[in-house]
Design a protein around this ligand. Structure first.
Ligand SMILES: C[S@@+](CC[C@H](N)C(=O)[O-])C[C@H]1O[C@@H](n2cnc3c(N)ncnc32)[C@H](O)[C@@H]1O
Length: 208
């Protein structure tokens, strides 16, 4: 059986970026929620499950200087690097790691903004969600923000051939528990490259 890493590497090898089911040319709701945090531009911002998303390029354009792109797929991160010029790519920290079995990601400290679009919802096992929570506890600083975008309750049940757990503001609030305050949330309907609708719930929490 192919490993999770093989699965994602194959996906990114076989599919042009703009045809990936989650592709968006500009990460608009994510950018809005990140800007709403109003942090200094040298704050540490982590995009987990970053893939080949345009978010890193968008954030560099906005002047963010301390960006970490984390993904299980080295192929995805190489494609993401190729979207940038060499000087820009060298300014980003690229980390290949599995958030269900973390290693390098645990070395990141004082994260001011942790961003996750369409990764957490793949964690269908309670144990994996608890591992994810432990990463947040260790790496995100007090007063830091966690922005999480997941398939909504009326969203798809499968993505990239893998089952997903759909979420609501309430289920995410329950996941984060007492250590995080909900700051804002929004419903967002994403239209994927095939034209299908993919309802998401976006949330922004702040660590106490
Ligand atoms: C649906 S894509 C979303 C990519 C990106 N966040 C975006 O919005 O375009 C999910 C991403 O999560 C990554 N991923 C899946 N499972 C992961 C894991 N256990 N650890 C780290 N990254 C993972 C995949 O390689 C893929 O890039």
């Amino acid at each position: 059986m192919a490993s999770l890493k093989d699965h994602w590497n194959k996906k990114y090898t076989d599919t042009p970026i703009a045809q990936l089911g989650w592709y968006e040319s500009k990460s608009q709701p994510s950018l809005q929620l990140i800007e709403n945090c109003a942090v200094l531009k040298d704050a540490i911002v982590v995009d987990v499950g970053s893939g080949a998303s345009a978010l890193i390029a968008n954030l560099l354009e906005l002047g963010y200087q301390n960006l970490y792109a984390v993904d299980i797929s080295d192929v995805a991160l190489e494609k993401a690097k190729a979207l940038l010029d060499q000087e820009q790519a060298a300014r980003v920290h690229w980390i290949v790691d599995d958030i269900t079995n973390p290693s390098a990601v645990l070395q990141i400290q004082n994260v001011k903004i942790w961003h996750d679009r369409a990764v957490f919802h793949f964690l269908t096992e309670e144990q994996d969600r608890q591992t994810y929570k432990a990463i947040l506890e260790k790496t995100v600083m007090s007063d830091g923000y966690v922005i999480m975008a997941a398939f909504a309750l009326n969203g798809a049940t499968i993505c990239s051939g893998l089952p997903v757990q759909r979420h609501s503001v309430e289920s995410l609030r329950e996941f984060f528990g007492d250590g995080f305050n909900l700051i804002e949330s929004l419903d967002y309907t994403f239209h994927n490259p095939s034209g299908d609708t993919r309802p998401y719930v976006y949330t922004r929490f702040q660590k106490i």
